[in-house]
Design a binder for this molecule. Structure first.
Ligand code: NAD
Length: 481
């Protein structure tokens, strides 16, 4: 029986098991902290060497990782290269190229009041960090933060998701084989393991996953005043405006929605348009699904599977066959965790599918009267991770940019925008806090420390020492008015 047939939380531990686990985890944290304190991770050369080791590991273990991703999520080798392994390789290249420049202190302008003085901003490592990752892009979302942690000069404990067990094992193999245990250690496991990890003191916790666990992480972090980056999810809306090029729009939405069988944090969750646009868009959407995944998506090598039966059941229950204009429950198969690309028309705002983030291959289409209502709908819900707009009108794009709040706003594009090292990736409000990718990741894993230096002679600060009388008092009062 495959692991996917179970709800994959690990069994309760007995007391001796728990004590043994706790002491193993504590030993890992202590070893990484000592290594950090010894300066192992400080120099540029050491960071570049670890990044190189990760790059080499990624290359050598690519077949193992790709096999695991196929087993856990039915990901094709090409999709894995594009959305998982390739993204990490790109991060490594970008960081390697720029790290020396990023580490150079930048000078600060301190103003006349402090003159003569000089100021610098230095990026210093935070210390020992914890990275907790989810199952949907298990390689990308584990290793991209790790690249940032290493670039920042930190040691890290990595906790991959137990929900993608084959990939968790492959990642563990990669990290233990290719990286220095003085830099990076892996703790595999589920709630018990993560709970013990969260009791430890870290200098940053980088968590990706759902908001309920995000709250558990934030609460535990507060105990040690540990900063957190929370990369969460939510319902990312799409608005298709009148007059948009519907053939291309449909292809981009279909690709964004059905990649990884909809199990993407920034997947377009639901689509809004006027009745007229919906009517015109429908055939294009259907055509795009057929073109990408054929009339028999269960046979397509490029179409993924639900990660486990729990998620299969959850998503299947959201499908209303009466509203499905493509896909539906008929051909879904619990054994192989297959749910076809499903598009539902005539969906109401209070239908079950509009309750939570769908996180599966189901696209509900909802009618709005135009941009005004679409904006009002977005504003009335939680702030999404991404909002998508397809419009030929600059004024409409500008209105979404100004009047709605989301982790990011993508105009005319889905998914591809988070694959770039040039753009911060993160949420706002319910979709999370903090961001990473490229330089932003390096910044997330470092402290920007201002360093000020003022010569002792002349002692210009004499003018602000008490007692404050006569001319001095008048001058200071005027200066600080
Ligand atoms: P998940 O179930 O793998 O959980 C994420 C991590 O939390 C895992 O490592 C897991 O072991 C740990 N965890 C689970 N329960 C815990 C508990 N009680 N205490 C401590 N740790 C616990 O993944 P998930 O949450 O199902 O992931 C899907 C969600 O993540 C979606 O909402 C999605 O939108 C979001 N997501 C966000 C991003 C992003 O970058 N913003 C990326 C991917 C997924």
């Amino acid at each position: 029986m495959s692991t996917h047939e179970h709800d994959t939380t690990s069994a309760d531990l007995t007391a001796p098991d728990e004590a043994a686990l706790r002491s193993r985890i504590e030993a890992d944290v202590t070893a990484l902290r000592e290594s950090f304190e010894a300066g192992t991770t400080r120099s540029l050369e050491a960071r570049l060497a670890q990044l190189e080791a990760l790059r080499r590991g990624l290359r050598l273990e690519e077949p193992r990782l790709a096999r695991a991703l196929a087993e856990d999520l039915g990901k094709s080798r090409t999709e894995s290269a594009m959305t998982e392994i390739g993204v990490v390789a790109q991060e490594i290249s970008h960081v390697t190229k720029h790290l020396k420049a990023w580490l150079r202190p930048t000078s600060l302008s301190l103003g006349a009041m402090l003159a003569p003085a000089t100021g610098q901003l230095r990026r210093e490592p935070l210390g020992t960090t914890l990275i907790i990752s989810p199952w949907n892009y298990p390689v990308n979302l584990t290793l991209a933060p790790l690249v940032a942690a290493i670039a920042g000069g930190n040691t890290a404990i990595v906790k991959p998701s137990e929900v993608a067990p084959a990939t968790s094992a492959a990642l563990t193999h990669l990290l233990r084989t290719h990286l220095d245990p003085g830099w990076v250690r892996v703790v595999e496991g589920a709630v018990e393991e993560t709970t013990i990890l969260l009791e430890q003191r870290f200098d940053l916790i980088f968590y990706t996953g759902n908001g309920a666990v995000g709250r558990i992480v934030a609460r535990a972090a507060a105990e040690h005043l540990t900063p957190t980056v929370l990369e969460l999810g939510g319902k990312s809306p799409v608005f298709v405006d009148e007059g948009a090029d519907l053939a291309t729009t449909a292809r981009r939405i279909v690709w964004g929605k059905f990649t990884n069988a909809g199990q993407t944090c920034i997947a377009p969750d639901y689509l809004m348009a006027t009745p007229r646009t919906i009517q015109r868009l429908m055939p294009h959407l259907r055509r795009a699904v057929r073109a990408m995944y054929s009339g028999k998506p269960d046979r397509s090598l490029d179409y993924g599977r639900m990660v486990n039966t729990k998620h299969f059941d959850r998503v299947l229950a959201l499908i209303d066959d009466d509203k499905a204009i493509c896909g539906g429950t008929d051909t879904a198969d619990r054994e192989t965790r297959f749910i076809p690309p499903t598009i539902m028309q005539g969906v109401d705002w209070d239908d079950p599918v509009m309750g939570e983030e769908i996180f599966g291959p189901v696209l509900p289409i909802l009618t709005v009267s135009g941009p005004d209502e679409a904006i009002a709908r977005i504003r009335s819900g939680d702030k999404p991770l991404t909002a998508y707009v397809f419009s030929p009108r600059r004024s409409v794009e500008e209105r979404f940019a100004e009047e709605t709040s989301s982790g990011s706003l993508a105009l005319g594009v889905t998914l591809a925008h988070v694959g770039t090292t040039g753009m911060p990736f993160g949420g706002v409000g319910e979709s999370g806090m903090g961001a990473y990718h490229g330089r932003t990741g390096f910044e997330a894993f470092t402290h920007a420390k201002p360093v000020v230096k003022k010569p002792l002679t002349p002692d210009t600060l004499r003018f602000v020492y008490p007692p404050y009388r006569g001319m001095k008092r008048r001058l200071l009062r005027r200066l600080f008015r």
